[in-house]
Design a protein around this ligand. Structure first.
Ligand code: PEP
Ligand code: MG
Length: 589
C-alpha cells in the first residue's frame, strides 16, 4: 500500500532506500509455570540463551570496534560482564527452580535489577540501566524466539532508512553509517537530541512520525525527505524518478550554500554578524573548521560520555578538546561543560527522576560530583594553551553556580601547577541562558561571567512549559511566542549595557525566519550546525538590519506566536524579494 507519513523535518536531505525496522523494546512475557520434571531442561534453555547472547555481543563488539571506535565498542564488554554476573544467574535459576518459565524468571530479575540501578546515586551506575535494558531485550528475544532485531545490525551497503520508535544518543552514535543513510523515528522533535545528532552526523532524518512502525513492512522501499519531514512508502516509478531528481537538485543547492558559507556575514545595509558552528563530536571538528564558521559557539561535550562504558579520563578529554581547538586555529572555541541528565544521559526505560528536565542534570550534577567535574576542568585548562578556548556552563539559574565553578577552576589550577604541565589559568567563563530564571535575572550574573549564550531549545521548553522532545506537543514548541522573544531581548539589552557578548546557540539560530527575528532583537552572534552556515549567511546578506529591527519590534508587541510569525514572515519575504530583484541573492525557497 502506498502512503505518505508526515512527521517533523529534523535533518535535511532526501534518501531512497529500504526501511530497516528496529523494534528495540522489552517484549511482553506471559507468566508461564513449568512442571518439576521440566526444571532441568528450562535451566539448560537459559544457559543456551546466555551463550548465544554472549556470542552475538562479541560479534557486535568486533564490528563496533572496526566502525566506531574502541571506547564505544567497550559497551558490549559491559553487557557481556552482566551476563557473566554470578548473582544474575543464581537469581534467575532460583526462580526457575520455583517452577517459573525461564523467560519470566529472567524478566523479573532484570526488572528488579534495572529498578535498583536506576535509583543509584552514582551517575555511571545509573547509566548502566541502559546496558541492562539491552541485555534484557537480547536474552528475552532469544528465549521467546523473536526475530533478531538489532540496533547496529543492518546489512552492509544497504543504504537503509532506519525506522524506530525512538533513538537514544548512545544508539545513534553506535549506528553503522556505512549501512544506514537516514533515520526516521516515531517520537521526538526537531530539538530532541536524536535530531541534533543526526544533523551532526549528516544523516537525513524525520522525527515525530507517530505510529510509523505499524504501517511498514521490513525491506520495503521508501523515500525519506528530511527537508519536508515525510516518509513516502512504496513509491511509484514516477515518484522514484522525481526523488532522484530532487536528490540531484539538493546536491546543487548544497554546493551553492557551501560557497555562500565562505562569504562575509554582512547585511545589505552593512552590519556584520558573527556566525560560529555547533560541534557535537570531535570528529566533526574538521568539517566545522572548513564550514565558513568564525569558530565554535557550542561544543556539547556530553556526547563524549554517551554510549560509553566508562567516563573519559583527563587525557582522553584533553585530546578531544585539543583536536577541536587546533582545527579552528586562532578562532574562538566555546566548549560547554557536561550537560548530562534530562534526555542526554538517558537511562533506558526507567526515568530515574519524576521530572528529569527539572532534575539533577548539567551544572547541578557537575557541582555535586566535584571530582568528575574537576577532571573535565583540568582537561579544558590544559587544552586552553592550544588556541582561543572559552568555557561555558549549562543550565545556570544562579550566580552561586558560577562562583562555585570558579573555585573548582582555582583548585584545578593548583593541581595542574603541581604537576608542572602546560595549562592556561585565565580561560574566559560564560553561561548558557536557557531558563527563564537566568534570562530574567541575567543582570545578577554580569559581574561574574564573560559572556552569555542563549540556549533557545531549553529556553523555549522551560518558558512555555513544553517538553522539547514530545512529538505530541511539537506545534506548541515555538520560539516566536512573545514571552520567548521578550526574554531574548532582555538578555541582549542587559548584555550590551554591561559589554557582555550575547550569542544564540540553540536550533533557533539555524532557521531563516528566526535568524531575521534575532537580528532585529539586537543579536549579533549565532552558533549553528556547520551545514546551516551557508543558509544563515544567505539570509543575513539578503536583508537590511533596519528592516529586521522594525519587524522584531512588531513581533515583540504581537499577542501570539502565530501573529509574530506571520508578520515576520511577511517582512522577511519582502526583503528577500527585494534582494532577488536588485540582482542580489535569489529568494529563499
Ligand atoms: C539549548 O538548550 O538551546 C542548547 C543549545 O543546548 P542543548 O540543545 O544541548 O540543550
Ligand atoms: Mg540546553
Amino acid at each position: 500500500m502506498q502512503s505518505v507519513l508526515r512527521g517533523i523535518p529534523a535533518s535535511p536531505g532526501i534518501v531512497v532506500g529500504p526501511v530497516h525496522l528496529l523494534r528495540w523494546e522489552v517484549p511482553e512475557v506471559s507468566h508461564r509455570l513449568i512442571a518439576d520434571e521440566a526444571i532441568d531442561a528450562e535451566l539448560v534453555r537459559l544457559h543456551v540463551a546466555f551463550e548465544r547472547a554472549r556470542d552475538r555481543l562479541r560479534q557486535l563488539r568486533a564490528r563496533a570496534e572496526q566502525h566506531v571506535g574502541p571506547e564505544e565498542a567497550a559497551i558490549f564488554d559491559v553487557q557481556v560482564s552482566i551476563l557473566d554476573d554470578g548473582e544474575l544467574t543464581r537469581s534467575t535459576e532460583a526462580l526457575i527452580r520455583q517452577n517459573l518459565g525461564a523467560e519470566k524468571a529472567f524478566d523479573l530479575v532484570l526488572l528488579e535489577w534495572r529498578q535498583r540501578f536506576a535509583r543509584h546515586s552514582a551517575p555511571m551506575l545509573r547509566e548502566k540501566v541502559g546496558d541492562l535494558m539491552d541485555v534484557h531485550i537480547r536474552v528475552l528475544s532469544l528465549l521467546l524466539d523473536l526475530p533478531d532485531h538489532d540496533p547496529v545490525d543492518v546489512p552492509p551497503g544497504a543504504n537503509a532508512i532506519l525506522v524506530t520508535h525512538d533513538l537514544t544518543p548512545s544508539l545513534t552514535l553506535q549506528l553503522d553509517r556505512n549501512c544506514i543513510s537516514a533515520i526516521a523515528t516515531e517520537a521526538g522533535t526537531a530539538t530532541a537530541h536524536v535530531a541534533i545528532l543526526a544533523r551532526s552526523l549528516g544523516l537525513p532524518a524525520v522525527v515525530g512520525l507517530r505510529n510509523a512502525l505499524s504501517f511498514l513492512v521490513p525491506g520495503q522501499i521508501a523515500i525519506l525527505d528530511g527537508n519536508e519531514g515525510t516518509l513516502l512508502i512504496a513509491p511509484s516509478d514516477h515518484e522514484l524518478e522525481d526523488a532522484r531528481l530532487r536528490v540531484e537538485q539538493e546536491a546543487g543547492r548544497v554546493d551553492e550554500m557551501r560557497e555562500i558559507a565562505h562569504s562575509d556575514a554582512i547585511t545589505a545595509d552593512g552590519v556584520r554578524m558573527v556566525i560560529r558552528a555547533n560541534v557535537d563530536i570531535p570528529d566533526e571538528a574538521e568539517m566545522g573548521a572548513t564550514s565558513g564558521a568564525d569558530g565554535v559557539g557550542l561544543m556539547r561535550t556530553e556526547f563524549l560520555v554517551v554510549g560509553r562504558a566508562t567516563m573519559p579520563d583527563e587525557e582522553e578529554q584533553y585530546k578531544a578538546y585539543k583536536k577541536v581547538i587546533q582545527a579552528f586555529g586562532a578562532r574562538p572555541v566555546i566548549i560547554r561543560t557536561f550537560d548530562v541528565g534530562g534526555d542526554k544521559l538517558p537511562v533506558g526505560g526507567f526515568p530515574t527522576e519524576a521530572n528529569p528536565f527539572l532534575g539533577w542534570r548539567a551544572i547541578r550534577m557537575c557541582l555535586d560530583e566535584r571530582e568528575l567535574f574537576k577532571v573535565q576542568l583540568r582537561a579544558l585548562l590544559r587544552a586552553g594553551v592550544h588556541g582561543d578556548l572559552r568555557i561555558m556552563l549549562p543550565l545556570v539559574v544562579t550566580v552561586d553556580e558560577v562562583r562555585e565553578t570558579r573555585s573548582l577552576i582555582d583548585e584545578a589550577v593548583v593541581e595542574l601547577a603541581e604537576r608542572r604541565i602546560p595549562f592556561r589559568a585565565d580561560v574566559p567563563l560564560g553561561v548558557m541562558v536557557e531558563t527563564p530564571a537566568a534570562a530574567i535575572a541575567c543582570d545578577t550574573l554580569v559581574r561574574d561571567v564573560d559572556f552569555f549564550s542563549i540556549g533557545s531549545n531549553d529556553l523555549v521548553q522551560y518558558t512555555l512549559a513544553v517538553d522539547r522532545g514530545n512529538a505530541n506537543l511539537a506545534p506548541r514548541f515555538t520560539p516566536f511566542h512573545p514571552a520567548v522573544l521578550r526574554l531574548i531581548a532582555q538578555v541582549q539589552v542587559t548584555g550590551a549595557a554591561h559589554g557582555i557578548d550575547v550569542c544564540v546557540c540553540g536550533e533557533m539560530g539555524s532557521q531563516p525566519l528566526a535568524v531575521f527575528a534575532l537580528m532585529g532583537l539586537g543579536i549579533r552572534q549565532l552558533s549553528v550546525a556547520p551545514r546551516a552556515v551557508g543558509e544563515v549567511k544567505r539570509v543575513i546578506r539578503s536583508v537590511r538590519m533596519a528592516a529586521a529591527q522594525d519587524a522584531a519590534q512588531a513581533a515583540l508587541a504581537a499577542g501570539t506566536a502565530r501573529e509574530a510569525e506571520t508578520l515576520l514572515r511577511r517582512r522577511l519575504r519582502t526583503e528577500l524579494d527585494a534582494a532577488a530583484q536588485s540582482g542580489g541573492l535569489p529568494a529563499l525557497s
